[in-house]
Design a protein. Structure first.
Length: 218
């Protein structure tokens, strides 16, 4: 969905703007969107190589990677937590090309955000992340629009978001418009703001919503 949206924005800009000297950076926005769509597909791996002499295997497109990630999530068994339970989340970060070993974090989050949680991170280069467990205090809802799209929202609140990609995109679009009008979002187009929301939500969303986020990004 969003990759196609970025293509439309790029084409619109080329049609309605004066034609400058050809620049190697004119597709930066679209390339960034495609790269981000692949990057947020947590656990999805694209392999490009050769199967014997002269046999070329093309890399999957961003949309294919994201759809594969969504399908992999849907195949996993999942039992939704009760309000009085904790959600366990484990992440392994990659910082950049020079320091591939990012922090390895384990989190225990109150499903209804009513109690303190716990986070512990180890590893990471060049400076190791703190190894001592840290308390995560419950986040108090402000009651403002978009609270349910915060990565700090209660797990059960995130579980109430739409799982149909079109409905979820409409919800994200509404939030991006609000952020743009109030100046609370990063600079850029509405589409880039939606990318930013997805980037933050995909790590913390329940499986059904995570799969929908991947499909929105595709």
């Amino acid at each position: 969905m969003l990759v196609a949206e970025m293509e439309k924005e790029e084409n619109f800009g080329r049609t309605n703007a004066p034609q400058p000297r050809r620049s190697p950076f004119r597709h930066t926005r679209l390339i960034t969107a495609g790269a981000l769509s692949v990057a947020i597909a947590v656990g999805a791996v694209v392999y490009q190589g050769f199967d014997g002499p002269g046999a070329y295997i093309p890399a999957a497109s961003a949309a294919e990677v994201l759809e594969s990630a969504a399908e992999a999530i849907e195949r996993q068994s999942f039992t939704a937590p009760r309000p009085d339970q904790f959600v366990y989340r484990e992440t392994k970060g990659i910082t950049n090309l020079n320091y591939l070993d990012g922090p390895h974090c384990k989190e225990w989050i109150s499903a209804d955000n009513s109690r303190d949680g716990l986070i512990q991170c180890t590893g990471g280069q060049p400076s190791p992340a703190g190894t001592e467990p840290q308390i995560i205090s419950p986040r108090v809802s402000t009651g403002k629009p978009g609270d349910d799209l915060s990565p700090e929202a209660a797990y059960l609140t995130l579980a109430s978001l739409p799982t149909e990609p079109g409905a979820l995109l409409a919800r994200l679009d509404k939030q991006a418009e609000l952020m743009k009008n109030t100046g609370t979002g990063s600079f850029g187009s509405r589409t880039l703001l939606i990318w930013d929301i997805i980037r933050h939500l995909v790590r913390v969303a329940p499986p059904a919503q995570q799969a929908a986020l991947f499909r929105v990004a595709a």
